[in-house]
Design a binder for this molecule. Structure first.
Ligand code: ARG
Length: 483
């Protein structure tokens, strides 16, 4: 009984507390089982802080050496799985500090000089996120390269371009894929911009007001690589703001949500293109599943799930932005809730980008070094579909404009021609010249050049247009940009 009381007492925060936390409250308030993922960032931050404390003469060189030794030992323990994470020690920060003190004694107790968990956690999340942004940037580039490879092979392949999901005008399949390359390249730009604001140092803000120790915050920023493009240290300039705002996590999640929305749009197209009614493409079997009841089915589970997971990331954005709303300055424990949505956002986006790059571009075969197993394209099916919806009607109107008609009159003339083609169940290019001439006398036999899909495609030779030589120019530009 006496021993039990002693144990419980030792679990209370400090001498100030008359009773320990209940198990439920401990579980409710602890974060160690998810924030232990920050351990490397926590150690990097602590080492940079300790190095500066020693350089400023706030702790001794011996203490600094002891802290480095202890942290190396802890690194080994965590990497080998031997580290004993304790719920009682609430979070990653207290777990690491307690173990350090066990290993090196007094130096471990001096590490927290001039620091609070508030500036510590803000620093850890920023350091961790910076690394994840760099990984995401690489994955985004790989997905763009996969799309470029498929685009390159399909510059001359024609599919119907849609507006309102109604056949509109013929487009190159390569051009269509390049639209997604543009979206993912903007996602990459957003990541790079967010990274600049993530990569700033909160340490030195301490609990909220700064600290009375003569810290050199710029030195710590330099050690941690928190510098701008000119190599100047990036330090949060207001202590209250440094410990409390999570806007960097929110804008990162917003960029991820937008990237997932782009993936979701692509997913929707893949699902449509794979359905029997389109039959435009196939994806490798390993990205599909069968049905437990219908033996003929091959379902596009991966694109469907990606579309579904977009909702999850958008939800995390809502969670984080709502978490921030209504928090008075400075740090509040609410902020501990930033981690799970942020971690899940990163995991979901990284997995999705990886799987899409492989599903679209295929995998390198180690023997042939060639990429295999990407999407396969049924060019005939695409072209057949493009022939269905009078996709070259605009070309006929443009033809009449070039013969001197005002565009509005040409539009009306072509509407009559389309009506006739619908009635006879033929394509515009299948109407005899004499019939076409009935709609306007200026129509000549050169009209058949523009009524065909290829003529229509090649005619759109404007910057950003679908003409094959424009598409090739864009592919070359993207290749140059992606290195
Ligand atoms: N686990 C906490 C978090 O994630 C660390 C900071 C705790 N600070 C405090 N004053 N209780 O935000």
């Amino acid at each position: 009984m006496k021993q039990n009381q002693l144990d419980k007492k030792s679990q209370a925060w400090s001498a100030l507390f008359s009773e320990p936390m209940s198990d439920l409250v401990k579980r409710y308030t602890a974060s160690v089982f998810f924030d232990k993922r920050l351990w490397q960032a926590d150690i990097s931050g602590s080492l940079a802080h300790a190095e500066m404390l020693a350089a400023q003469g706030i702790i001794s060189a011996q203490d600094h050496a002891d802290i480095e030794r202890g942290m190396s030992q802890i690194t080994v323990e965590i990497e080998s799985g031997a580290f004993d994470w304790k719920l009682d020690l609430e979070d990653v920060h207290l777990n690491l500090e307690a173990r350090l003190t066990q290993l090196v004694g007094g130096a471990g107790k001096r590490l927290h000089t001039g620091r609070s968990r508030n500036d510590q956690v803000a620093t850890d999340v920023r350091l961790w996120l910076r690394g994840e942004i760099d990984l995401i940037a690489t994955l985004l580039a790989e997905l763009q390269i996969a799309l470029l490879e498929v685009a390159e092979k399909n510059v001359e392949v024609i599919l119907p371009g849609f507006t309102h999901l109604q056949v509109a005008q013929p487009v190159s399949f390569g051009h269509h894929l390049l639209a997604y390359v543009e979206m993912f390249s903007r996602d990459g730009e957003r990541m790079a911009e967010v990274r600049q604001r993530v990569n700033r140092l909160p340490l030195g803000a301490a609990a909220l007001a700064g600290t009375s120790y003569p810290l050199d915050r710029e030195r710590v920023a330099r050690t941690l690589g928190m510098v701008d493009a000119q190599g100047q240290p990036q330090v949060c300039q207001n202590s209250l703001d440094a410990v409390s705002d999570r806007d960097f996590a929110i804008e990162f999640t917003a960029a991820c949500a937008l990237c997932m929305v782009h993936i979701s749009r692509l997913s929707e197209e893949l699902v449509l293109w794979m359905s029997q009614n389109f039959g435009f493409i196939k994806i490798a079997d390993r990205f599909t599943t069968g049905s437990s009841i219908m033996p003929q089915k091959k379902n596009p589970d991966v694109p469907e799930l990606a579309r579904g997971k977009t909702g999850r990331v958008v939800g995390h954005l809502m969670g984080l932005i709502t978490l921030m709303k209504g928090q008075p300055l400075a740090y509040n424990k609410d902020n501990q809730e930033d981690k799970e949505p942020l971690f899940d956002t990163v995991d979901t986006l990284k997995d999705t980008l990886r799987i899409f790059a492989e599903m679209i571009g295929g995998q390198i075969n180690p023997t042939t070094q060639a990429k295999e197993g990407g999407i396969s394209v049924n060019a005939q099916a695409m072209e057949r579909a493009a022939l269905k919806g009078y996709a070259t009607a605009t070309d006929l109107a443009d033809y009449l404009v070039k013969k001197g008609l005002p565009f509005r009159d040409a539009h009306e003339t072509v509407a009559h021609a389309v009506k006739a083609a619908v009635t006879h169940q033929v394509d515009l290019s299948e109407l005899p010249l004499s019939v076409l001439q009935g709609f306007h006398p200026s129509i000549d036999k050169d009209v058949f050049d523009v009524l065909g899909l290829r003529g229509s495609l090649h005619a759109r030779n404007v910057l950003g247009g679908t003409a094959p030589n424009q598409v090739r120019l864009q592919i070359a530009r993207h290749r140059g940009r992606l290195g």
